[in-house]
Design a protein around this ligand. Sequence first.
Ligand code: CA
Length: 232
Amino acid sequence: MAVKQKILLVEDDDALAEVLGEQLALHDEFELARVDTATAALAELTQPGHGFDLILLDVGLPDQDGRETCKIIRKNKITTPIIMLTGAASEADTIFGLDAGANDYVTKPFKFGILLARMRAQLRHHEQAETAELQIGDYVFRPSLKILEPSNGASKIRLTEKETNILKFLHRAAGAAVARDTLLHEVWGYNAQVSTHTLETHIYRLRRKIEADPSEAKLLLTLEGGYALSQA
Ligand code: CA
């Protein structure tokens, strides 16, 4: 049997939680856990390797606005898809506006079929992102695992979080030069107190990992406008 998708339902409405539990139980693919406060949800999710595949998060929780909970979840670098359950259309308006980091929402009362379709869409989308394989030179780059696999079968190269993000962003630029400031902001954030020297240090270390001759870079190029990945 296929591995079940673990769903965390964060909802203080017992009647709704019960109905959702019954409906989801009809579908073999899901396994539901439920908590009724934001505090309990965060306690579950901040366990290392919490193992949830999707979070259904009520906006009107007794101890916190669910949108705030959503923000905290994202601040903890938890990328699990989140579907917000909102009590009113007016709440829905602000979910994305507040940049809380939710992936989708449904407005109560909703038809179960609608929620199910949204859940499946998010699970599918997340799985694709997790298993993404990008080609960089002679390497297969797996961003979610932070590794580069050489095509000649040599042992894989482990990357740090920053190195992974640098490569992800350069790959997205498809060979165009990315200015140092842009790369710095994308990888470290706009408020980070880091200088281009920090970026250069990371590029130096990255080249030592990925270039045959780090002093003659063939893959991670320094161009006039910044850095680029060779498309050759
Ligand atoms: Ca509620």
